[in-house]
Design a protein around this ligand. Structure first.
Ligand SMILES: C[S@@+](CC[C@H](N)C(=O)[O-])C[C@H]1O[C@@H](n2cnc3c(N)ncnc32)[C@H](O)[C@@H]1O
Length: 443
């Protein structure tokens, strides 16, 4: 929290529960981790054990083994040095010690209907296994500073600017766990959602962004069991969203003109399915996407005999493929088109006009998504800021006839006493696409 954000309020150091660093930790964190000998590691492990006992939080000790790891893509990592006081706080503003307090309270003073222990993982999901895809995430001040998708492998370690974590320590644990790196930074280890996966997977061409893909599914009114046409396959992002929407009873025909792009989309599709089967204990993701290499503008024979409930087009000149596609679209059905430039939208509509295609343009939209930053305001030392009253204690006494309690009244930080940063996030997703909804009509 910057000085200006903090509304220049006073601080109360006694409120922050910080884990004290041992001299060994202080010094060893300043040295390249690879240069530390096994004796130092052992001592550090002992140190960690002791600290963990006192915090009542189970964490695994980390050993330092040089190795590579498979990763897809990272969000840009800002090289920042992290003050120790930052990393002792979780994103919700509590310390690790606070969390363990909460855990111990559940079951003690909680109502009986809440005391029943929840399963350790999501229903129908297994504990984390080697071979599956995971996401590691580190947040600071409401921002994602580091996000990486990787495949869990035996004997490998996760690398980050905030230290490393052994893959072996993640296996057999539930998803959604906060683990400590060798630098004691809290990293959330979780399974990727489909949105995470398409954003972090390897790409060929640009993908249909999840916000736009969701809107296209809505425009197309896709339901389970539908038979849907998609082109081009590109990197396979839209194919995966369509696959989920039509389910095991439906089919997606995905047509791509370029061999390399087709290869990429098939790989991405297979990789997601494989990882899914691992996390669901063998339950399969529907195998319902049929990829074909063809130029859609001359693929009449491929489409012959099929009727599509809807079509999703994401290619440079959709007006060139529509004369081939429209005869195979059911009457009244929708073709949703994804276009980056408004000039392409004009070309599309002019193409429809010139070809006298029975398509009605119902909507042309953009899907704006505005991210907000809402987080408790903190001072530079990591302590919470305090909301300041415009009235002094004396004023309040005069007004209410009640004397304000002293500084200790602040200690518990009651509801409403901490100011929050609440404003649009400084980093926003800019323009992605225009979406055009075309409906086939009959006369
Ligand atoms: C932007 S990418 C599609 C991305 C995809 N929607 C995704 O979410 O990953 C556009 C793709 O359309 C393909 N394409 C362009 N014209 C085509 C055509 N006439 N027939 C089939 N594919 C075509 C390109 O090769 C390219 O891979």
């Amino acid at each position: 929290m910057d000085e200006d954000d903090s509304q220049k309020v006073g601080r109360d150091v006694s409120l922050v529960r910080r884990r004290p660093l041992s001299p060994l930790e202080r010094i060893s964190q300043l040295l390249p981790q690879e240069s530390l000998g096994p004796e130092v590691e052992q001592l550090r492990d002992c140190n960690d054990d002791r600290t963990e006992e006192s915090l009542a939080v189970t964490e695994d000790s980390n050993t330092l083994v040089a190795s590579d790891q498979i990763c897809e893509s990272d969000t840009p990592i800002k090289e920042i040095t992290m003050p120790q006081e930052e990393i002792t706080h979780l994103s919700n503003g509590r310390t690790v010690a606070d969390c363990s307090d909460v855990q111990s309270q559940v079951g003690a003073g909680t109502p009986s209907h809440m005391a029943e222990p929840l399963p350790k993982s999501l229903p129908r999901e297994t504990m984390i296994e080697f071979g599956e895809l995971l996401v590691a995430e580190f947040r600071k001040k409401g921002r994602v500073e580091f996000r990486k998708m990787f495949q869990l492998q035996e004997g490998v370690r996760l690398q980050s600017s905030w230290g490393t974590i052994n893959h072996d320590d993640m296996a057999g644990r539930p998803s959604g766990r906060i683990m400590r790196t060798t630098h004691w930074a809290p990293i959330l280890i979780r399974r990727p959602s489909l949105e995470d996966y398409v954003l972090l997977m390897k790409r060929g061409p640009a993908i249909a962004y999840p916000k736009d893909a969701s809107m296209m599914l809505t425009m197309m009114d896709v339901v389970e069991g539908d038979c849907v046409l998609e082109s081009g396959s590109g990197s396979g992002a839209m194919s995966l969203f369509l696959s989920r929407a039509v389910g095991s009873k439906g089919t997606v025909l995905s047509v791509e003109v370029r061999e390399d792009h087709l290869g990429r989309s098939v790989k991405n599709y297979k990789r997601w399915r494989l990882s899914w089967a691992r996390r669901r204990g063998g339950e399969e993701w529907p195998d319902n996407v049929h990829f074909h290499q063809a130029d859609l503008s001359s693929a009449s024979s491929l489409l012959a005999g099929r009727g599509f409930h809807s079509v999703a087009l994401d290619l440079i000149s959709p007006q060139l493929v529509l004369p081939t596609v429209v005869p195979h679209l059911h009457p009244g059905a929708v073709c949703a088109v994804y276009l980056a430039n408004i000039t392409q939208v004009v070309d599309l509509l002019d193409g429809i006009r010139c070809s006298s295609l029975p398509l009605l343009c119902e909507r042309i939209i953009e899907v704006p998504v505005r991210d907000w930053l809402v987080a408790p305001a903190r001072q530079k030392d990591g302590d919470f800021c305090t909301r300041k009253s415009p009235l002094s204690n004396e004023d309040k006494k005069d007004l209410c006839g009640v004397e304000e309690k002293g500084e200790s009244a602040n200690d518990a930080r009651p509801f409403g006493s901490v100011p929050y940063i609440s404003r649009p996030h400084p980093e926003q997703l800019s323009h992605t696409a225009f979406l055009v909804k075309l409906r086939k009509y009959v006369q």
